[in-house]
Design a protein around this ligand. Sequence first.
Ligand code: SF4
Length: 496
Amino acid sequence: MQKHVLSKSTFIRGLKCSKSLYLNKHNRNLKDELSEMQKAIFNQGDMVGQLAQQLFPNGTDCTTKTFYNFEESIKKTQLCIQGGEKVIYEAAFQFNGVLAILDILVKDGNGWKAYEVKSSTSISKTHINDAAIQSYVIENSGLKLDDIYIVHINNKYIKKNELDLAKLFTISSVKDEISKIEIEISSEIERQKKILNQKNIPTKEIGPHCTSPYSCDFIGNCWKNVPEYSVFNISNLSQEKKFDLYNKGILKIDDIPSEYPLSKNQKLQVSCEQSNQTIINKEKISNFTSELLYPLYYLDFETFSSAVPIFKNSKPYEHMVFQFSLHIQKHKNGETTHYEHLAVADGSDPRLSFIENLIKYCKGTGDIVVYNKSFESSKIEQLAVAFPEHQKELKQLISRIKDLMVPFQKKWYYKKEMKGSHSIKNVLPAMLDNLSYDSLTIKEGGMASHTFAQMMSGTFKGNTENTRKDLLEYCKLDTLAMVEIINKLNLEVISI
Ligand code: SF4
């Protein structure tokens, strides 16, 4: 058997970008390294795939001991089909130089049904293309399919006691969608084969396709001429305008002509960059700070999520709270007292101890200051639904929340060092040079979330005691940053 030229995943890559297809085959050394977060997403996908096999139990797995021994997998699949197996996992087929490995193949009566498992909560165009190439290879290999399905996560599912796989997964036929594009598959395969046989790397400019519908893994190579801070960082600027500027040879914000059509806030970002000016709308900021009701409770949460719900009364991908930091400031610019909570990552539900401590420390009156109200409010709302016995106290906390992000989102305060962003990670170093996330081991929420998820699943390899301290330090800085930002805003408006 001849070695395949394309696989299902390289075919999908080729549909997105010819250059990516070519580099993946001939210049793999240019690929970006996978981050720990990306690895975690892939691992989650594998876990979901294995779980979905239980929808069709007692199948035969056609993967071989050596992962890349595809010939062996193809032979094993044929033997299973001829031997009367009813359920086959990782069934391998090859046709016209394309290898396809299907997640689950099921014989239903006299016909065969194909199932491709995705860890997403909906079906995308990429999934349809993915199923179309599978169907093309399988049917042309001689196995007629009665139907082909995408199995994906049902994000409406709420876990009760035991995991209910029939409710966790949604199974949707994509046969009709595939029939609309199957005619183009064969010519697309030939086009991609020609590209792979070229001597030189195909010319392809960077564009929206680099990041949509998912990020390409050659961005480090193709985007190396784009500065770290560029027209691509103008806040809320459409992709169309970003690439319009790029295609005109304008990469630096400094070089944007004054007549270029931008919104009021985008113009403000550009003019601050060009003139090094700081914007402080004292009146608006004063209105904001004077409405704050002391004592102030500066609060920040950390959450983690999982495709498959772990705890009772939780949904797939629900952000599960596990940690908070709280600074309480009794008087304007006054001293603070710090409280914190970090759940024990022993596999038990972290929410109840979180709720009890949150209610205990936030008891009383005074505004609760958060950075991005919609996040914290929605998490407390979810807790109130999952734990109705605490609903009253939790709803009362929501009614006290004030959003410190507003002055920065609305650009009442803006410095060029914020680089168009109103994230606290950009605002803090721009306003205060004595506080920074740089020296911390855990520097951002994604890393905190990933670390705690590993601890929960028992896959964490580091020093648990030290890492718990790192998690506490990170979350503490988020609330301390808010205290210092409010103090600084109070100082800025003192002359009003
Ligand atoms: S970064 Fe963009 S242009 Fe480069 S290979 Fe990827 S998709 Fe193609």
